[in-house]
Design a protein around this ligand. Structure first.
Ligand code: PGA
Length: 243
């Protein structure tokens, strides 16, 4: 298992259902993670699953965007945490809001909790996504929502092997971002009040771009960024990883 506490800031590229071989070649030509490594920062690349093997674990830390709740068997189309580990993945995004919303029955808290366990049993670091939607934000229910979403983390979980990504649903792909104070306050809440672990790694995600990443990444409470749209825009992304 990679030791995530060795890293300073973590940048995660979530390509979602985007990208092709041409983008992979362009990305590999122009995005060189060495600069990040010098300062103990790291780049985790999460392309669509069939493309993961086009990247090598020597240059990038590889991640999947999801894994199955099943470990093996007659589950056509599923990809297990064990397979992901075997092809070189070190991390796996779990509970992304797009999956929670679009694939409801496959991404409820019970199943998310099973996926977390599957990851840990197969030495994959889960990147657990949590965040409030616009309705919850308007009703001032952000903190209770985050607390509820974190209920699945039982006491025996080793926080050293877990990354949390705070991604307000209303900020994903919309160009909207919370104020820096809001980000800090929500991350402090997760770290100090819910998980009570000063060292837990927490990322921010939602409309991070070349024009706004710096002030977010400079917040003490932010251990890194989970980046969707801007991670497939090579010009924008190369700015971000050369911070
Ligand atoms: P975005 O997506 O950067 O395109 O807002 C972030 C995410 O969904 O992880």
């Amino acid at each position: 298992m990679i030791k995530i506490d060795n890293f300073n800031k973590l940048i995660v590229a979530n390509w979602k259902l985007n990208g092709d071989l041409a983008l992979i070649n362009d990305f590999k030509d122009r995005i060189k993670p060495e600069n990040l490594n010098i300062n103990n920062n790291c780049l985790i690349i999460c392309p669509p699953a069939p493309y993961i093997s086009y990247f090598t674990g020597d240059d990038y830390i590889l991640g999947s965007q999801d894994c199955s709740v099943y470990n093996e068997g007659a589950y056509t189309g599923e990809i297990s945490a064990k397979i992901l580990k075997e092809i070189g993945c070190e991390t796996c995004i779990i509970g992304h809001s797009e999956r929670r919303i679009i694939f409801k029955e496959n991404e409820n808290s019970d199943l998310i909790s099973k996926k977390l366990r599957n990851c840990l049993n197969n030495e994959l670091i889960p990147i657990l996504c949590i965040g409030e939607n616009i309705d919850q934000k308007r009703k001032k229910m952000t903190k209770i929502t985050l607390k509820n979403q974190l209920n699945i983390i039982s006491k025996d979980f080793n926080h050293k092997n877990l990354i949390i990504a705070y991604e307000p649903v209303w900020a994903i792909g919309t160009g909207l971002i919370p104020s820096l104070d809001e980000i800090s306050s929500n991350l402090d809440f997760i770290r100090n009040d819910v998980l009570r672990d000063k060292k837990i790694k927490i990322l921010y995600g939602g409309s991070v771009k070349g024009s706004n990443y710096k002030s977010i990444l400079n917040l003490d409470s932010v251990d890194g960024l989970l980046i969707g749209g801007a991670s497939i825009n090579i010009d924008d992304f190369s700015k971000i990883i050369n911070f």
